[in-house]
Design a protein around this ligand. Structure first.
Ligand SMILES: [Mn+2]
Length: 402
């Protein structure tokens, strides 16, 4: 048996932070879905398992719902979807309206009952969600394996794997012994936005979250809002993603055999939040070179923070990165999908007059006079340190005045 396991696609996710680029960034989730379906064809899987939160909300528009269904229908294998906490099986569920309400007998099926489904040479136990929050264990209904049963048994569920105390009790907690208690060969989970795996009693990985199929904001700076928040109030790091976008290619030879789990990269965009320190013309040269030479700029979402000091005339060369700084168009960063250039902590190297004026009187002035003297020292090491310290002093004095 070979299947593709994906979860938390959150199609229809509304993106609000990126101005005219919102639509393009939103579209990336569909680009990645196409990659996922291509991968399923290339690897000739028996089925695609979508472990919940296919849609970000039950109120996604008809166009989003139809595009998604049509893409899945273009796969060469049956697709099994369970409703998650973002798209639960409720009266107003996206799956109870056209076009999804009319696909019950087709190759794309929404599994909304506690009923085993035969797939390839095994049995699938779907664990749909019926509400945003619930105290129930979604996988509890799965019957234990009967003695002598040699069917490959797969669980498909959405919720939080109950392996830590920080989870909230209404976050669809799934017993961490499910695989052993139910005799499952593999438990395909969704809900957490980063890859996560757990072993069974024998030390074999059988419980896995693939994470989202498309990365989720600036994983290095999770506090920067991208216009989305989890319904779940559980441990937040589980929902910030790890910068990757994955589906899992899972192969199981027979009941009891260890599953082979291969991550498939389905990501379209790369999100980066980077800080670079500039102290010299060379540093700036290196930065410009690096940003110019990166591959696949069009798929990078970049927040770039520049910190440090540069000779005043070098500051003008930042226009090479972003020409809008001087009222023009273009620049290297304009080739990126989206960028933000933060220079609020980058200062032009001060002239003697500026330093003198900022130092004012008192303690700062005393430090300034001492550093000025040392900056003329014949000892190179002392001189270097004094010059660096003067720039720091300048930065602190300037920041203190804001
Ligand atoms: Mn979820």
């Amino acid at each position: 048996m070979r299947f593709l396991h994906a979860a938390d696609l959150h199609l229809g996710l509304s993106v609000t932070r990126f101005g005219v680029k919102n639509g393009e960034i939103q579209e990336a989730r569909f680009t990645s879905l196409r990659k996922l379906i291509e991968a399923s064809k290339q690897h000739r899987v028996d089925s695609l398992l979508i472990a919940g939160d296919l849609f970000d909300d039950n109120h996604v528009d008809f166009g989003t719902a139809r595009r998604t269904l049509e893409l899945f229908e273009s796969a060469d294998a049956p697709v099994y979807v369970i409703p998650g906490n973002h798209d639960p099986w409720t009266a107003d569920s996206v799956y109870q309206r056209p076009p999804w309400s009319t696909c019950a007998d087709g190759p794309v099926r929404v599994l909304h009952r506690h009923e085993p489904v035969p797939i390839a040479d095994g049995i699938l136990y779907p664990c749909p969600l019926f509400a945003k929050n619930s105290l129930d264990d979604p996988a509890r209904w799965i019957p234990p394996r009967k003695p002598g049963d040699t069917t490959i048994r797969i669980g498909l569920a959405h919720g939080s794997f109950h392996d830590r105390a920080t989870l909230h009790p209404d976050d669809h907690l799934i017993d961490r012994h499910t695989v052993d208690a139910k005799g499952l060969d593999y438990l395909a989970l969704g809900h957490w936005h980063r890859y996560y795996e757990a072993v069974d009693q024998a030390g074999i990985v059988r419980t896995v979250y693939p994470g989202a199929h498309e990365p989720w904001g600036f994983h290095e700076a999770p506090d920067v809002s991208v216009g989305w928040s989890a319904y779940s109030n559980a441990a937040r790091e589980l929902f910030t993603g790890d910068g990757m976008g994955r589906a899992l290619l899972v192969t199981i030879d027979r009941a009891g055999a260890a599953p082979t789990i291969e991550p498939i990269n389905t990501a379209s965009l790369q999100w980066r939040d980077e800080t670079r320190t500039l102290q010299s013309r060379d540093d700036l040269d290196r930065l410009i070179n690096d940003l110019d030479r990166r591959d696949d700029k069009h798929n990078q979402v970049l927040r770039l923070h520049l910190v440090g000091t540069l000779p005043a005339e070098e500051m003008l060369r930042l226009d090479t990165l972003d020409a809008t700084r001087s009222g023009h168009q273009g620049g290297i960063l304009s080739h990126y999908r989206w960028f933000e250039l933060d220079t609020s902590r980058l200062y032009a190297e001060p002239t003697d007059d500026e330093l003198h004026e900022l130092a004012g009187e008192g303690v700062v002035r005393a430090v300034y006079d001492r550093l000025k003297a040392e900056a003329n020292s014949p000892d190179l090491a002392v001189r270097d340190l004094a010059q660096q310290s003067l720039l720091l002093l300048y930065r602190f004095a300037k920041e203190a005045r804001r």
